[in-house]
Design a protein around this ligand. Structure first.
Ligand SMILES: *Cc1c(COP(=O)(O)O)cnc(C)c1O
Length: 376
């Protein structure tokens, strides 16, 4: 248990990459209302998705998302299922036009996976590929070579596994920009009007697993062909106001509570962005001042504010690091199995105190290794 948490609180500082930490006040509110939603006499999981009570929750979640992100009036907000992986298929099925290409900025694991999925439906190409340089950096707009006639350009705003993030979205002109924002959704203000479509599963930053948010410009709905399976058609979800089938009611309830927390406790996206920058600064400063002991993966200009990835001098030390951190109540710090190393995911709900606690541990761990080395 982390020492500065309440004594009766058995919660650790959870650095999981997803599903990830949720705000404590949100969990407490959900616990209070678990058996009976106020005025309902039943759990949110037990009521109809067409009831007034649930309608209000769903509307509230959508209105809050619109308000937080200042979503323009000509965009639709859909609350779907299937996670971001399903969007890897739904986006090309709906938006990739016959005889045209979908162009991908291949910046890491997730954009590469999205391109492989899209290739099952039509023509794809990579308008930039960071694989050879080890997925450490991101392109400038001038480095992107995509056909202006492409159906869309796909980007991943934050590569969760490599820990790299755009700090300014590329400008694709009239070609719609599609963004997988799964791991930095609602972490900072963004200009939605620069995107044709943006999607995010909830379980990194916005709620529990089970609901996926899709925000798209209305004119793109016209591309959805009637021959598509009903569930896979954006136009269909839009005309049914995300109630084409039973929506994930509990996950949407939690999403609404998280949005409420952002608005009422954190000062909206500008407020949470300041906290996120501070947390990232603490960690990167420590990495940069460790005389090469901690080795950050990303080049400074592409560093993620959400997933801080780094290596230690050896795999043995990385295992020791994780084991000792775990004992101190700093959990889930192992990097993704495909890249190894350490990954500290510091999403919205990770308090500054959790990052300070991690920094203290990291200083202490480095000192303890230095001491051992002096004695050999
Ligand atoms: C987690 C993640 C995904 C996959 O999300 P699922 O909900 O598991 O399908 C896709 N893209 C990014 C950037 C992610 O972080």
């Amino acid at each position: 248990m982390a020492s500065d948490q309440k004594h009766d609180d058995p919660r650790v500082y959870n650095f999981s990459s997803g599903p990830a930490v949720l705000p404590l006040t949100v969990l407490e509110r959900a616990r209070e209302e678990f058996m009976s939603l106020p005025g309902c006499g039943a759990s949110v999981m037990e009521i109809s998705h067409r009831s007034d009570a649930f309608n209000q929750i769903m509307e509230s979640a959508r209105i809050r998302i619109r308000r937080l992100l200042a979503v323009p009036a000509d965009y639709t907000v859909l609350l779907l299922q299937g996670g971001s992986r399903l969007q890897f298929s739904m986006v090309p099925m709906n938006l990739l036009q016959k005889g045209r290409t979908a162009s991908f900025i291949v910046s890491g694991h997730w954009s590469k996976t999205a391109m492989q999925e899209a290739a099952k439906f039509g023509s794809v190409d990579a308008c930039w590929n960071g694989q050879e340089s080890g997925f450490k950096e991101l392109p400038e707009t001038s480095q992107l070579c995509f056909d202006k006639d492409a159906s869309y350009v796909h980007m991943t705003s934050n590569e969760t596994i490599q820990g790299i993030q755009y700090h300014q979205e590329p400008d694709t002109g009239d070609t719609p920009l599609v963004c997988d924002a799964s791991s930095d959704f609602l972490s900072r203000p963004i200009d939605i009007s620069r995107y044709g479509l943006i999607f995010a599963c909830a379980q990194k930053n916005a709620g529990p697993a089970g609901v996926t948010i899709v925000i798209l410009r209305n004119e793109l709905l016209e591309r959805s062909q009637e021959s598509l399976p009903g569930y896979l058609n954006y136009q269909n979800h839009a005309s049914h106001e995300s109630r084409y089938n039973t929506p994930p009611t509990f996950a949407i309830y939690m999403l609404d509570l998280v949005c409420q927390w952002l608005e009422e406790e954190m000062g909206g996206l500008a407020g949470i962005a300041r906290v996120n920058e501070e947390k990232a600064r603490l960690l990167y400063d420590l990495l940069d001042n460790s005389e090469g002991f901690y080795r950050p993966h990303a080049i400074p200009a592409a560093r993620s504010m959400m997933n801080v990835t780094f290596r230690l001098p050896s795999e043995q030390l990385e295992m020791d690091f994780n084991q000792q951190a775990d004992q101190k109540g700093l959990t889930s710090l192992a990097g993704h199995r495909s890249v190894g190393g350490i990954r500290a995911s510091i999403y919205n709900a990770m308090p500054i105190a959790g990052v300070e606690s991690l920094c203290d541990f990291m200083k202490q761990f480095r000192d303890s290794v230095a001491e051992v080395n002096e004695h050999v």
